[in-house]
Design a protein around this ligand. Sequence first.
Ligand SMILES: Nc1ncnc2c1ncn2[C@@H]1O[C@H](COP(=O)(O)OP(=O)(O)OP(=O)(O)O)[C@@H](O)[C@H]1O
Ligand SMILES: [Mg+2]
Length: 210
Amino acid sequence: MKPILSISNIHAGYNDKPILEGVTLHVNKGEVVALLGHNGAGKTTLLKTIYGLITPTQGKLETNGKVVYVPQGIRVFPNLTVKENILIVADTKVIPEHIFELFPVLKHKEHSHAGNLSGGEQQMVALARAIIQTPDILLLDEPSLGLSPKLVKEVFEILEVLREKYNYTILVVEHNVLSLSKILDRAYILEKGKVKKEIDDVSHLSQDIV
Ligand SMILES: Nc1ncnc2c1ncn2[C@@H]1O[C@H](COP(=O)(O)OP(=O)(O)OP(=O)(O)O)[C@@H](O)[C@H]1O
Ligand SMILES: [Mg+2]
């Protein structure tokens, strides 16, 4: 079967500053694949390129379905309510029940300003906004960034449900390698704009892999 995402020898960067220098990778339907690497390796740049925010200068990028991107750090529109934040990208006027099943913490906060939620709740809003778009592939940039260990666990539990129950295809950037390893199929390590290593057996991933 055709991969949902297929990237071959991609070069991309900012103005005249090359960052990605020949990245090749793929993600198959139903896979959860991690993109690992040090700060500045080009992980975010790669997700932006896949999503179409950056035009590659060279190489081939093929997506087979709807791509939804949850950026690093920026989570919600603080002055909009939770409901407005989630529905801003949706055709419907009501939040479907399965969203509340995934994110029970949002149930009684529909009308709260998203800016007043905790960091973890804001990340749930960002994930809900992504899920309501029914992605064929979900790009997540450090979903656990800045969250407490308890909330990190909750975020990864949601990713596990998306994988097990909804058969989601996910490409996720993370530094929290160990928490992630349970739900991963494969991983790529990015270094200086190139794939340094592809890991097909993630059962022995350790935190210092990068
Ligand atoms: N808007 C931008 N304009 C110019 N250079 C940028 C821009 N964004 C990122 N860069 C540079 O591109 C390189 C890769 O950055 P990128 O954000 O892709 O790294 P990253 O792997 O996501 O790092 P981190 O783990 O810290 O998020 C860095 O050297 C960074 O300074
Ligand atoms: Mg980044």
